[in-house]
Design a protein around this ligand. Structure first.
Ligand code: GSH
Length: 218
């Protein structure tokens, strides 16, 4: 049985977790924070999540884990079949990560500490997030899923990326729901899914543990 390493407060952890739950793949969860001794053996970049496969191989990087899960457990596919449709899916995931998640992630220290972010940083973040908004508006249909009639990896990726994107947007004032038609109702539908609710409950249960970990690092 594969083991998913990390902690439930991590939005990246929740991407492969949601994919495993959706596919009904039995897996174990190993609650670990990136500063744990020997974590580098699981994830060379010391990032959560990582996954140990049935063969004892250690993989890391959330998007790579999602690809692995799709290849190793093809039942209940989360990627379409044609090369172009698969490519569009990956394109949306990549753009979501580069232009929505990562820029807003730069604001997390300010969000967690309730400190105002420097204006110059806000301007940099907003400029990159503009690209993300344009990308989503060009690719996503939200009808009813991000890229059409089927739930795909792009839905999972965007949903959990938005956890961090929305925290950053609370500081920049960018209103993603207003700028991306269809996003808000799609998000509500996805959040109501029982798998999303389980992941959210696990996340909430890890809140105190996560903030304890953050405080300990300061
Ligand atoms: N590119 C990585 C990013 C993962 C990531 O940033 N994880 C955070 C938790 S949400 C983490 O491990 N942070 C620890 C650190 O940066 O020291 C991935 O896709 O898995």
């Amino acid at each position: 049985m594969p083991t998913l390493h990390g902690f439930a407060y991590s939005n990246y952890y929740n991407m492969p977790k949601h994919a495993l739950l959706y596919k009904g793949v039995p897996f174990e969860e190993d609650l670990v924070y990136p500063s744990a001794k020997d974590y580098g053996q699981l994830s060379p970049a010391l990032k959560v999540p990582s996954l140990t496969t049935d063969e004892g191989q250690h993989l890391s990087e959330a998007s790579v884990l999602c690809e692995y899960i799709e290849e190793a457990y093809p039942d209940k596919p989360l990627l379409p079949t044609t090369p172009i449709a698969r490519n569009k899916n990956r394109q949306l995931m990549r753009m979501t990560e580069l232009y929505l998640e990562l820029p807003n992630r730069r604001l997390l220290p300010f969000s967690f500490s309730n400190q105002p972010a420097p204006e110059a940083l806000i301007a940099e973040v907003v400029a990159v997030v503009d690209r993300g908004i344009n990308s989503l508006n060009a690719l996503a249909t939200f009808d009813p899923f991000v890229l059409g009639e089927e739930l795909t990896m792009a839905d999972i990726y965007l949903f959990y990326a938005l956890t961090v994107a929305n925290m950053g947007c609370a500081l920049t004032g960018v209103n993603l729901n207003a700028r991306i038609p269809g996003l808000e109702s799609w998000h509500a539908r996805f959040a109501a899914d029982p798998i999303s609710q389980k992941v959210a409950a696990d996340m909430e249960a890890n809140r105190a543990g996560f903030f304890g970990y953050i405080q300990g690092r300061r």
